[in-house]
Design a protein around this ligand. Structure first.
Ligand SMILES: O=C(O)CCC(=O)C(=O)O
Ligand SMILES: [Fe+2]
Length: 744
């Protein structure tokens, strides 16, 4: 779409009056709202009826004839009892219509003859793809819908008795609104800062060392020393070319025994194969990127085991907060373990030996990379550096603008040193200038039965101990902040395999670092929290309905006429998926409001664009007054002021975009659906999502994951790929409800 596209170009007139729009954006918003509300009410009534009539047919075991597919069966051909039931349902439909739209419908109307429009809707509904088995809605997405609905309901035009604050002097009400808005923006900014601080202080890597002592002197009876120090380490290896007898190396080198000599170390180094690394799914050898040797675990063994030194417990304490000695239920004296089942159950690490690597001076190194996860449950990597003299070779791990460096050269001869970090953290090994840096690498997996029930509020056992807690507590304590409830969205700080088959059982349990803190803090303060995928970048959703609408000529031309000539509002194109189904089981009023909430309406944004074009034309003619362009600029300035915080509070709910959110974690998929369908329909078929307006986003996405691929046809066949982002959503209860969580 070109910025200077000017739809009024062909009009070639200088007459300003002719160019002056007959309607304003506010007119359009009001008209669109009215039209969409009417549509939602109609659809809700029709959907309600349609479900009942379908259930009735199934119950009466009647075949699905054309008659029924129309949703309006001919009662004369039915058994009297069924005919009566159909009539009762029709009566109910009329009552519903008459109640929701008294200006248009009455109870004594004849739907079939007076309202063919309703019959058409009915048939469409009856045929709809999801008519049979609507996807189940889980508790968490319901909480989001509730939160959004509650926070918008008061602002939806025509859904509440107008002028509640008619009695208050208008200026006071206005001031109050402005102050409320200012507070909201300011509170969101503070929240965002608190989350960022949490991100930057959260640990993503840890390390330690185990000094090598001469066991002959320290004595082996000392049990404490057994876990805090180590004797020399033995490494056994074999190679394909050597005979079957294993070779042996004892580290650190003592230069006395043949197996602890420079020659033995030289043998091991010589028996290594060049170490590759993964790039675009391929194993690559590129010494400029990685210069190292490796031995696979099938060809070596060592006397070192991380479990002997409680290294895994230490890593668990840092990378899986929530698991501590205390949480594991050990009494202080270590005697009677009182197992807190939940804590023990949740998050433990399992280490799997992956490689022996040797980085040798003067040029061994490994440039910045991220370790390829070997499975969806891999959460991190553990590197154990065996005692062997070397210089250089610092390991630096980075996450979210922070970094941690492990310099093992100084104690390289005298200790086993180790580091562990989350899998998605970038890291690099600087050049080894001298000696040999030998490491054992382990993949760290999170272990629990994937079916274990999750109550993630317990994951971080003391959410109160985090500074974020105080920030959230304070903000939640203010009735100005989402007084009616609302929804906060935060993109995850770490990457997760969130489009894997079992992601929905692993998350939120596998949340890392600050993500878990955010999750637990919000949860402990009464929010309903979930991790869900978002398609596309916050409000700039993947399926650009704006572009679609822009080029949808009938709507576009209709809107032009609407503005220029004061014509009728064109038919409003809307899109919502899962609409009726998501309203199922709710009462009728809730149902139409839900429809209204999740319906994607692009007419207002399309109209704003058209007005903008007209404005530019008029400006060029030198007669601009207060223009839409000016208003859009103002909006933009306002948005900037909020620094990306999307604020719903102005109530112009068709002017801002919503977010495409999948109602749960879907696995990656591929589809051929794209052949004759729009991108949006294809997305819906492969990866169903909901359009949710009014989420307050506190940050921007960081890690994308492939959501689905689709084969495209048309001029050129190809494969398209859609990405999604894991985000934490918090449905914030209304002030009155959340007060009870704020007592501490
Ligand atoms: O040896 C190290 O410090 C890190 C090794 C590493 O990054 C790897 O093997 O992927
Ligand atoms: Fe690595």
């Amino acid at each position: 779409m070109s910025e200077d596209f000017d739809p009024t170009r062909e009009q070639n007139t200088n007459d300003d009056d002719e160019l002056k729009p007959k309607r304003t954006l506010a007119d359009l918003e009001a008209d669109v709202s009215a039209a969409v509300i009417r549509d939602c009410k109609l659809d809700a009534c029709v959907g309600w009826f349609s479900e009942r009539i379908r259930a009735l047919r199934r119950l009466a075991k009647i075949e699905k004839t054309a008659d029924w597919i129309k949703g309006w069966p001919d009662v004369t051909s039915l058994a009297p009892e069924t005919a009566q039931q159909v009539e009762e349902l029709r009566g109910e439909l009329k009552r519903h219509l008459a109640r929701l739209m008294p200006d248009e419908f009455t109870e004594d109307m004849d739907v079939a003859t007076d309202h063919p429009d309703i019959l058409k809707r009915l048939e469409r509904n009856y045929r709809s793809r999801y008519a049979g088995s609507p996807p189940a809605l889980d508790r968490r997405i319901k909480a989001l819908l509730d939160g959004l609905l509650r926070s918008h309901e008061v602002r939806l035009p025509g859904t509440h008795p107008e002028s509640q604050d008619d009695h208050a002097p208008p200026t006071t009400a206005q001031e109050e609104a402005t102050m409320g808005r200012r507070y909201f923006t300011e509170a969101c900014t503070r929240l965002r800062t608190a989350i960022e601080n949490e991100n930057s202080s959260a640990l993503f890597a840890c390390g330690g060392s185990v000094p090598v002592v001469d066991r002959g002197q320290s004595g082996s009876a000392d049990r404490a020393a057994a876990t805090t120090t180590t004797g020399p380490v033995q490494v056994y290896w074999s190679t394909a070319r050597s005979d079957s007898t294993a070779r042996k190396l004892v580290l650190p080198l003592d230069g006395l025994a043949p197996q602890s000599s420079a020659a033995a170390l030289g043998d091991l180094v010589a028996d290594c194969q060049p170490a590759s690394f993964g790039r675009n799914g391929e194993e690559i050898l590129d010494p400029s990127y990685r210069l190292a040797g490796k031995i696979d675990p099938s060809h070596f063994a060592s006397s070192f085991h991380p479990a002997d030194f409680e290294i895994l417990q230490m890593v668990e304490n840092v990378l899986l907060p929530g698991i501590s000695e205390k949480d594991l239920g050990r009494e202080d004296d270590g005697s009677k373990p009182v197992v807190s089942k939940s804590a023990r159950h949740y998050r433990k690490l399992h280490a799997e030996l992956y490689k022996l690597n040797v980085y040798s001076g003067p040029s061994g190194h490994f440039a910045t990379h991220v370790d390829t996860p070997r499975s969806e449950s891999q959460i991190g990597s553990l590197v154990v550096c065996l005692p062997s003299q070397f210089s250089g070779g610092r390991l630096t791990v980075r996450h979210g603008g922070q970094q941690k460096t492990f310099d093992w050269s100084e104690a390289s001869q005298s200790a086993i040193q180790w580091a562990a970090f989350y899998s998605d953290c970038e890291h690099e090994i600087e050049t080894i200038t001298e000696g040999h840096r030998l490491t054992l690498t382990y993949n760290l997996y999170i272990t629990q039965a994937p079916t274990a029930k999750i109550d993630a509020s317990n994951l971080v056992l003391q959410p109160q101990s985090f500074p974020l807690y105080n920030a959230v507590h304070e903000i939640f304590s203010n009735p100005r902040f989402m007084e009616q409830g609302g929804v906060l969205g935060m993109f995850c700080s770490h990457a997760y395999a969130h489009t894997s088959n079992d992601a929905h059982v692993r998350l939120p349990r596998a949340l890392k670092g600050a993500d878990l803190v955010v999750y637990s803090v919000l949860k402990s303060l009464g929010a309903e929290v979930s991790v869900l995928p978002v398609l596309g970048d916050d409000d700039r959703a993947v399926c650009d309905d704006w572009e679609e609408a822009y080029y949808n000529t009938s709507m576009y031309q209709g809107l032009q006429t609407y503005f220029k000539e004061g014509g009728e509002l064109p038919k409003i194109k809307t899109d919502e998926f899962l609409g009726a189904e998501y309203g199922r089981k709710y009462d009728l009023d809730r149902r139409w409001k839900l429809l209204l909430l999740i319906r994607r309406v692009s007419a207002v944004r399309c109209g704003a664009r058209i007005l903008h074009s007209i404005d530019s034309k008029r400006r060029r003619n030198g007669k601009a007054e207060e223009t839409v362009a000016g208003r859009m600029d103002e909006d933009e300035a306002e948005a900037k002021e909020a620094e990306g915080v999307v604020d719903w509070s102005d109530g112009h709910f068709y002017r801002k975009r919503g977010t495409l959110v999948a109602p749960r974690l879907w696995p990656y998929d591929t589809t051929h659906y794209g052949e004759h369908s729009s991108m949006e329909e294809t997305t819906m078929a492969a990866w169903p999502f909901m359009y949710l307006p009014g989420i307050t986003w506190l940050n921007r996405p960081k890690h994308a994951e492939m959501a689905f691929s689709h084969v495209t046809y048309g001029n050129e066949a190809g494969v398209g790929t859609q990405y999604s982002y894991a985000a934490i959503f918090a449905a914030i209860p209304p002030f009155e409800e959340r007060k009870k969580h704020l007592t501490q």
